[in-house]
Structure formats: structure tokens, C-alpha cells
Design a protein around this ligand. Structure first.
Ligand code: DAT
Length: 170
């Protein structure tokens, strides 16, 4: 099964990907893959690599793998693992990364407005959504694994509601 590991930058995808790789799973960093396979569309204003997902052929990837990218839900993966994070700690994590204020706010607002969830559902993906705010990476992984190995027939969306953060002005 090909799993797309997605979420707003900073929610914890790479941390989870590392745990999976340590456990012996094949993990593909989509940025690296896109560079190797000529699927880079360019860079946005702040130098972030933009991947042209149309130029990525999933059949070139192993049939069992985890694809780490905030764009992996745009690929025809079998299931999407979507990590969510309260916008307030997300803001702190992104600021600690040295992102500009506008880039921090763009991502924080996208998270508060469920942007990736909406995109993934619009693409018709089967989505497992889990809140990483109060879970360790290990707990998060266990939760995704349980939902996946139990046999997925429909999306499984854990409730998240950060409307209070929006009211607070985040
Ligand atoms: P992403 O790959 O989604 O951009 P990351 O894995 O680089 O995110 O994590 C961003 C930061 O958050 C990094 O400093 C590690 C920390 N982090 C990741 N998962 C966490 C968790 N479950 N609990 C606490 N901190 C976490």
C-alpha cells in the first residue's frame, strides 16, 4: 500500500517518517524524488521547492511505501495519513525554524482552515486524520497504524476544532 504522509509544514511529518524508516519501512521524501525524476516545477517566492505532481509516476515507486510531503495527497496514493496540529504550537514551531512572519501566518491559517483536508477530500482520497498536538511521535504512529491495519473502507477523521484560535487571532 502506498501511503501519503501529509500535513501543513511543521506538523511532524518528517519526524514520523524517520520512525517509520527506523522500523524498516520504505520512506520516500517527495522533494528528493522530484529532483531525481525531473518533477520540480520551480520555486515559490521564499525559495520553497514546488513539485509538479503531474510529472510523478506512482508506478515508479515501490508498491509498499510512505511518501513524505505536504503535497503527497495530490498523488493517487491508496491512503492519506494527515497529521494535524493546533495552530498555536504550529506557529511556534515555524517561527523557531526561522520562517518569515508571512510564511508562518500563511501556514498557520491554512492549518486552522483545514486546507489540506479539503484538498485531499476534493481529490477523492481516503484520509486518516489524527491530531498530533498531544501525542508523541510514537503515539501518533500507533494511531495511524491501528486505523490502517484494521482495513480502511472510508475516511477516518479525528475531530479537530481550533476555531477558538481563529477567534483569538491565533
Ligand atoms: P514536518 O516534516 O511536518 O515539517 P517535522 O517532523 O520537521 O515537521 O517537525 C517539526 C518540529 O516539531 C520538529 O522540531 C520536531 C517537532 N515534533 C514533531 N512531531 C512532534 C510531536 N509529536 N510532539 C512534539 N514535537 C514534535
Amino acid at each position: 500500500m502506498r501511503i501519503g504522509l501529509t500535513g501543513t509544514p511543521g506538523v511532524g511529518k518528517s519526524t514520523l517518517a524517520r520512525l517509520l524508516a527506523d522500523a524498516g519501512r520504505i520512506v520516500i521524501d517527495l522533494n528528493e524524488w522530484a529532483k531525481l525524476h525531473g518533477a520540480i516545477a520551480g520555486e515559490d517566492d521564499d525559495g520553497t521547492v514546488v513539485i509538479d505532481t503531474e510529472r510523478i509516476n506512482l508506478d515508479d515507486m515501490p508498491s509498499d511505501c510512505i511518501i513524505d510531503s505536504h503535497m503527497s495527497h495530490n498523488l493517487a496514493v491508496d491512503v492519506v495519513w494527515l497529521i494535524r496540529l493546533d495552530p498555536r504550537p504550529l506557529r511556534q514551531r515555524l517561527a523557531a525554524r526561522g520562517y518569515t512572519i508571512s510564511k508562518v501566518m500563511e501556514n498557520v491559517e491554512a492549518e486552522a482552515m483545514d486546507l489540506i483536508l479539503q484538498e485531499a477530500m476534493a481529490e477523492g482520497r481516503m484520509v486518516i486524520q489524527r491530531d498530533g498536538t498531544h501525542r508523541s511521535p510514537e503515539e501518533l504512529l500507533t494511531s495511524f497504524m491501528q486505523a490502517t491495519t484494521e482495513g480502511i473502507k472510508s475516511s477516518d477523521l479525528e475531530d479537530v476544532d481550533w476555531s477558538d484560535a481563529l477567534l483569538e487571532g491565533i
